[in-house]
Design a protein around this ligand. Structure first.
Ligand SMILES: C[S@@+](CC[C@H](N)C(=O)[O-])C[C@H]1O[C@@H](n2cnc3c(N)ncnc32)[C@H](O)[C@@H]1O
Length: 414
């Protein structure tokens, strides 16, 4: 079974903390993975991080385990939480550099040293080593691997906010520690507050959304009053952005095959005061949730997620080439199934947060060949709006400053 993608709204690392040089204070002893750590133990964050690393598997991904442990462990300070997150993700990010014969706790400590060293002296890491050690070898056959990409995904990720149109300046003043970006409503946040507790978050003034995801809705560019279908809406990250672009006018159908995701979507839309949508279950099969004909359809398809490997490094070690093949088949089927729901002149947008050839250009070429009723629509790169539109966009993390994303579009003829 394919691993579940983890939506960015459930990412655990809300607390930003610059990497620090980590100097261990205890002997190099093996700690048995033990969840009942003593509150007074100054190294309990290291023990808990080691426990999480030891338990992470394909079926129990590190980020889900991390959330569970952080929720279930009482008395963790904000500092502990940040260090545990950094240690767990750092371990999976730097796993290829760490001596696997060391005891696991020592491996986690080595990872923290590498995190700090890379943050301070990235030039001491040679391109050749990055190319040899950062990812499993199969990835070289699936995507064009560059040192620039690897340098981007070895760094600590930026936390991106999507702000209500026109509110970026005001919100930046309230929150502090923010930086503007190439996208008008995207702010990078480098502060240490728990953003989910901010009144502005509860007022719907901003969402936590990766900058590459924000680019997808910008390519959709729906107009107020139109009718759209967000076919794989998940927890609604892009739905909220589409709705904001439509100024709440018109209608968006939001479907997903996971009921629990649609439940979360409803909570998010209520908080963001997004009302112009209708949620429906859809298993991805030929029977569509509605007979409506749409001005636009966004298929933000399930994928191998290589574009998220900076903030979700455990997935680098659990994804397989077989998964990629299986996902490419699912993507092709989903595209075929949604195609008939577009009005003549309607816009179909396909996006995946991955860059494997099989899930991007090959899926697109097969769809174009099989659907003469659709014409490929050149896409304007939201990060470089002065450049001519391209047949399709491959946005790499080193270009976005966030995740990686592939986007293409077609217009239904007629
Ligand atoms: C990339 S995620 C969508 C993220 C979402 N658009 C957002 O912006 O938050 C892909 C979604 O596709 C859903 N999915 C996976 N397989 C599916 C299928 N066969 N049919 C319909 N939805 C599917 C997953 O449950 C997941 O929510």
């Amino acid at each position: 079974m394919l691993p579940e993608a983890v939506p960015e709204s459930r990412r655990p690392s809300f607390h930003r903390r610059p990497p620090r040089r980590f100097v261990p204070a205890t002997p190099d002893s093996e700690s048995s993975p033990d969840e009942s750590v003593a509150p007074a133990d100054p190294l309990r964050w290291l023990k808990l991080a080691t426990t999480i690393v030891s338990q992470a598997t394909r079926e129990r991904p590190a980020d889900a385990l991390l959330r569970q442990h952080l929720r279930d462990t009482h008395g963790l300070s904000k500092e502990d939480t940040a260090q545990i997150s950094q240690a767990v993700f750092g371990y999976f990010r730097w796993r290829g550099w760490i001596d696997p014969t060391l005891k696991l706790e020592s491996q986690v400590r080595s990872a923290m040293e590498l995190v700090a060293e890379f943050a301070m002296n990235p030039q001491t890491f040679r391109d050749a080593d990055l190319l040899a050690r950062t990812l499993p070898p199969w990835v070289n056959d699936a995507v064009p691997v560059s040192a620039a990409w690897l340098r981007a995904i070895q760094a600590e990720p930026t936390l991106w906010l999507r702000v209500k149109p026109g509110r970026a300046k005001a919100l930046a003043q309230v929150l502090g520690h923010t930086r503007n970006s190439a996208l008008p409503d995207a702010l990078a946040y480098a502060g240490e507050e728990n953003l989910f507790r901010q009144p502005e978050f509860h007022a719907g003034d901003f969402e936590i959304q990766d900058i590459a995801s924000q680019a997808v809705s910008m390519v959709c560019s729906p107009k107020p009053g139109e009718t759209w279908w967000d076919a794989c809406a998940g927890e609604g990250g892009k739905l909220l952005h589409l709705s904001a672009q439509m100024q709440g006018k018109g209608m968006i159908w939001a479907s997903d095959r996971a009921e629990w995701r649609l439940k979360k979507l409803k909570l998010r839309t209520a908080r963001a005061q997004c009302f112009n949508y209708r949620a429906a279950l859809w298993d991805g099969g030929p029977k569509l949730p509605t007979k409506t004909r749409f001005d636009g359809v966004l298929l933000d398809a399930p994928c191998s997620g290589l574009g998220t490997w900076q903030r979700n490094p455990h997935a680098r070690w659990t994804m397989t080439p077989e998964d990629v093949r299986e996902l490419a088949t699912v993507q092709a089927q989903l595209l075929n199934h949604v195609a008939g729901s577009l009005k003549p002149g309607g816009k179909l947008v396909y996006s995946v947060c991955t860059l494997t050839r099989a899930e991007t250009e090959e899926v697109v070429a097969a769809f174009t060949a099989a659907h003469p009723e659709f014409t490929p629509l050149p896409v304007l790169n939201p990060f470089h709006t002065n450049e001519p539109p391209r047949a399709q966009l491959s946005l790499w993390p080193q270009h976005t400053g966030g995740g990686g994303m592939f986007i293409s579009a077609w217009k239904r003829n007629g």
